[in-house]
Design a protein around this ligand. Structure first.
Ligand SMILES: Cc1ncc(COP(=O)(O)O)c(C=O)c1O
Length: 383
């Protein structure tokens, strides 16, 4: 089965009682049992198992080419579950450009609990190799990174991790690329994490997360944590992500084409100092990006002349909505230093205040370019 077909059908089967083609939203907290301690099909309580979530989890696994998938209440809950795999005293090597909330979780929640984190430029695999220690249990990659769109060679990092005596797990946050554009497990990663809030949901109407893996032991521990900690998505949320997945291919093709068009426009604009988009030939990791990704995805970031100008541009667009998050059909604009990445202020992960991040939607690309052109003109004339 080709990937586009898989996206439409993964995890979903006609409902056995009615033939409903869409997976029903099983709004139930509990299930009537056949006898004492004899649940039907293993369904006892919805924190532990819910049919809508089971369908989503099967789809998530299939999309990443994985044996096992688990759905969580948010991307952060999914990342949190992976961190809970590690005993106190463990060391984690992390990319030095990651989502601000990931950095906040690592530094403000897990460091006080006895985990140690080293942040390196994972686009240089030798920096990862140098940071590994006897107690390194996890390498945390985001590629493309949020917000600078840097690309890490997943296979190179996975190879060096698996050759190291500590044998750390390699986890990839695949939120920006989605499995349609990049499948980290096929490149040697052990765990893939998603904020399904973004492209998998695709319509800015749900918050969710996912973890997939091929390791049975890792999956069993994560499934235990999912139930024991309880950060599970509700059935309607699961339904919305399942529905979003069906159109992932057509949306990602359009997001990627629009983003490339916008990135090329920005590259030629006199007020734009630098554009970050992995499928621009000038991007420093263009070759790795072309090797491991099908297309560049919908995220573009760019730098302008001053922090004030970044704010003015972000406040002057008419189609791009000024908002955090990403991955929906509508275009969004934000200033990471003041919004999504405010928690990295003063750290080595601090992002430039002149940076603007775009989540390029599926509108007509000319409308998007015209909108950015007028916002840049307005910001320039206001100076
Ligand atoms: C790359 C990345 N990972 C994880 C998250 C966290 O996901 P959520 O907001 O669903 O908790 C985000 C949120 O923006 C993100 O951009």
């Amino acid at each position: 089965m080709r990937y586009e077909t898989l996206l439409v059908h993964a995890g979903t089967q006609p409902d056995p009682t009615t033939g409903a083609i869409m997976t029903p939203v099983y709004l139930t907290s509990t299930y009537v049992q056949e006898g004492v301690g004899r649940p039907r099909e293993g369904y006892e309580y919805s924190r532990t198992k819910n049919p809508t979530r089971v369908a989503l989890e099967a789809a998530l696994a299939a999309l990443e080419g994985a044996s096992y998938g688990l759905a969580f209440a948010s991307g952060m809950a999914a990342i949190d579950a992976v961190l809970r795999l590690l005993p106190p005293g463990s060391h984690v090597v992390v990319g030095n450009d990651v989502y601000g909330g990931t950095y906040r979780l690592f530094e403000q929640v897990y460091r006080p609990y006895g985990l140690d984190f080293t942040y390196v430029d994972t686009t240089q695999p030798e920096q990862v190799a140098r940071a590994l220690r006897e107690e390194t249990r996890l390498i945390w990659l985001e590629t493309p990174t949020n917000p600078l769109l840097r690309i890490t060679d997943i296979r190179a990092v996975a190879d060096l991790a698996h050759e190291h005596p500590a044998r750390p797990l390699v986890a990839v946050d695949n939120t920006f690329a989605t499995p349609y554009l990049q499948r980290p497990l096929e490149l040697g990663a052990d765990i893939v994490v998603h904020s399904t809030t973004k492209y998998l949901g695709g319509h800015s109407d749900v918050v969710g997360g996912a973890v997939v893996t091929n390791h049975l032991e890792v999956h069993q521990r994560l499934a235990f944590l999912q139930n024991a900690v309880g950060a599970v998505p509700g059935p309607l949320d699961c339904f919305l992500v399942l529905r979003g997945i069906k159109t992932l291919a057509v949306r990602m093709d359009r997001h990627s084409a629009n983003a490339l068009h916008v990135a090329r426009f920005l590259e030629g604009h006199p007020r734009v100092v630098r554009v970050h988009y992995p499928f621009l030939e000038r991007h420093p990791h263009y070759e790795v990006a072309c090797r491991q990704m099908r297309a560049g995805g919908g995220m573009v970031s760019f730098q302008v002349e001053s922090p004030e100008m970044a704010v003015q541009v972000a406040e002057s667009t008419r189609i791009f909505a000024l908002a955090e998050s990403l991955g929906g059909v509508e275009s969004l604009i934000e200033v990471p230093a003041a919004m999504t990445h405010a928690s990295t202020a003063g750290s080595t992960l601090e992002v430039p205040p002149t940076l603007i991040r775009l989540s390029v939607g599926i509108e007509h690309s000319e409308d998007l370019v015209e909108d950015l052109a007028q916002a840049l003109d307005k910001a320039a004339s206001a100076r």
